[in-house]
Design a protein around this ligand. Sequence first.
Ligand SMILES: NC(=O)c1ccc[n+]([C@@H]2O[C@H](COP(=O)([O-])OP(=O)(O)OC[C@H]3O[C@@H](n4cnc5c(N)ncnc54)[C@H](OP(=O)(O)O)[C@@H]3O)[C@@H](O)[C@H]2O)c1
Length: 337
Amino acid sequence: MRIYQLGKLGSLDGLKITEAAIPQPGPSQVRVRMRACALNHRDLNIIFGTYTSVPLKPGAIPVSDGAGEIAAIGPGVTRWKVGDRVAPIFVQRWLGGDLKPEFMPSALGGPSDGVLAEQIVLSEDGLVRIPTHMNFEQAATLPCAAVTAWNAVHVQGKLQSGRTLVTLGTGGVSLFAAQFGMLAGARVIATTGSDEKAARLRKLGISDVINYRSVPDWHVRVRELTDGLGADLVVEVGGSGSLAKSIAALRHCGHVSAVGNLAGKAMIDPGTLFSKRASMCGIQVGSRDMFEAMNRAIDVNKLQPVMDRVFDFTDARAAYEYLASEAHFGKVLIRVP
Ligand SMILES: NC(=O)c1ccc[n+]([C@@H]2O[C@H](COP(=O)([O-])OP(=O)(O)OC[C@H]3O[C@@H](n4cnc5c(N)ncnc54)[C@H](OP(=O)(O)O)[C@@H]3O)[C@@H](O)[C@H]2O)c1
């Protein structure tokens, strides 16, 4: 079988495809025949060597997100049978409750082996059942981007019907956040740097769209659109390029779910938070419990993930290049044959 491995980091030359023996599940483990993988911005950070929060294992299999079916079970497995359709959870040891630092080495695609392989072995606890209406490619979009958005919007963000949510850009996390906001009956105001993507946001049902390039003071526009009050929640993926504006876009007692740093690491003046009694919370993807709660909502509402392009397994490098170009709208996938 074929797997990808991370070689020397710093460029896409670090992505190597190679032959490996089919792994055999040990006690309480299962082998998953992967059918699709999805890229996240984090996968770019890892391959380009800018992901410094955890040490990476040389030769690790990259990519955290995917979906497939159970191909074999090890001794003592009770949660799964051969043929079950599953997706791995991002932090394999984070099943519920609070995230503990000692769980982080079990994050897939760095430092633990990820999913960009034809077959992988995981603990039976590190998987969830995928929504019945989704094919493998749709389900592969869920483990990092969707769970992060769910955590940011519902768990930490506590978004309610009638409230206003702001999303930034049209990457995987932001589009899931916008979709969860609409499902919750909230008003969604979305930003993007592209007029063409603005039109696609409107087609998704988001009528309030702001181009953050032509309207650099987009936070002022958010306040205008909310009769001067500001938004209840911002799912913040920009970091230094946008955090001060995200806080300025909030109403009194509003909340920022701090997810990413697409525009660099942020420095903020704490006074901007306490003067409006706003709150901010860092998000680290989410637990298995959150993934399962999200899947119940996805199932009931038959949510369709926003997917851009699907690349062949042997074209993984092209998939990475496409994600890095920021031409995408939603998720970029790799089909596993
Ligand atoms: N903390 C966590 O647990 C967690 C989990 C997942 C992701 N993240 C982080 O969240 C961020 C987004 O991840 P992703 O995988 O969704 O990314 P992605 O799919 O690669 O999305 C990138 C998109 O973001 C938009 N963008 C780029 N620069 C921007 C800026 N300065 N302001 C506003 N929008 C901007 C662009 O969309 P337009 O062309 O529409 O402008 C771009 O296409 C990354 O920093 C990632 O590392 C964190």
